[in-house]
Design a protein around this ligand. Structure first.
Ligand SMILES: [Mn+2]
Length: 340
């Protein structure tokens, strides 16, 4: 962590100079981006810094237990009608992932952009880039930031930060499970973080509709012989019939246990004519962030994602991805990407 102390100092100085700060969590927020956001919000509150919290999409129900999460606004007027000196973006490899690339052209003033993240594919889009790919989560980085400046951490903040670590490590089961993430978690527990509440709301919380959705995804599982990738899809119809939020992260994490898979790919149709893909692997000889990058996305070696324009078409043997404008066969592209 020591190598980041000068950046911590720079960020502190920018915050102190600022009249108004906005903290942004990435769209379709997860436990990590919101946990980190609430940690930074706590720091700004103690420094009496005027600030707003923003995310282009609303907080999902399963994360509503997070303390003070109601202060996160999703209306774009928050971003466009205020003049900010500093913008802090959390847990986002680039501005499009954050969901604010379109807003950035319409901002008032010339804010300093602070990019705090742990994705290896981060494009360093900020004026200050605190990017630490070895960290389990952005929340873990924020813990170190607060700790470095001896910011008092109460039970609420400890719960938020531990949520980030627990969800991004899949309950200490993936590669993010490091001595450092364990150590920070132990400190957060000692500070009163409510681990039981976090686990029951995030890792164990499954609604009937969600399990029915998983059922559909499981029934469509297949392994591609060329690539060794085990994949499945979810359609707009699935989400509409089950009246459930669009998402593939949960099922992708769950499927990561399939023994014979070189990697897992879960794709789903978004309402806007795009397909979102989530990639996972447990193998050391496969880097799924490279595959994601090939399709214009990014992420980590063991977990990554991408978005492409296209639709699914049902065939005799299952489903096929048709990209728009029409491109090479999707599976051919996938096998090219996995060999790179
Ligand atoms: Mn994260």
């Amino acid at each position: 962590m020591m190598e980041f102390y000068p950046l911590f100092q720079k960020i502190k100085e920018e915050i102190e100079k600022a009249q108004k700060v906005v903290v942004i969590a990435h769209q379709n927020p997860d436990g990590d981006t919101l946990g980190a956001l609430l940690g930074i919000a706590h720091y700004l509150k103690l420094n009496n810094t005027d600030h707003k919290l923003f995310c282009t999409t609303s907080v999902p129900d399963y994360l509503r237990f997070l303390p003070n999460v109601d202060a996160v606004h999703s209306h774009e007027s928050i971003l466009l009608d205020n003049e900010f000196d500093v913008i802090i973006i959390l847990d986002s490899g680039d501005l499009a992932y954050a969901g604010v690339d379109i807003h950035f052209r319409k901002l008032k003033g010339l804010p300093i952009v602070i990019n705090i993240d742990h994705h290896g594919t981060n494009t360093n889009y900020g004026h200050i880039n605190l990017v630490h790919p070895q960290a389990s989560s952005t929340s873990e980085i924020i813990y170190h930031f607060l700790d470095y400046f001896r910011t008092p951490i109460d039970k609420e903040v400890a719960t938020s930060l531990l949520t980030g670590i627990l969800t991004d490590t899949g309950g200490f089961s993936n590669m993010g499970t490091t001595p450092s993430s364990m150590e920070v978690s132990s400190k957060l527990l000692a500070l009163g973080a409510r681990a039981r509440e976090i686990v029951s709301n995030t890792l164990q919380n499954k609604s009937l509709a969600q399990l029915q959705l998983w059922g559909r995804a499981l029934s469509r599982l297949k392994q591609d012989k060329k690539t060794g990738i085990v994949s499945t899809i979810l359609t707009q119809k699935d989400f509409q019939e089950l009246k459930i939020e669009e998402s593939s992260e949960g099922i992708a994490n769950f499927l990561n246990n399939v023994e014979q898979a070189k990697a897992i790919l879960v794709m789903y149709e978004k309402g806007d004519g795009t397909i979102k893909g989530s990639l996972r692997t447990t193998r050391n000889d496969v880097d799924v962030s490279k595959i994601a990058k090939y399709f214009g996305g990014g992420g980590h070696a063991k977990a990554a994602g991408f978005s492409i324009k296209g639709t699914f078409v049902e065939t005799k043997t299952g489903w096929q991805v048709i990209e728009s404008p029409k491109q090479d066969n999707f599976i051919d592209k996938l096998s090219k990407a996995i060999r790179m």
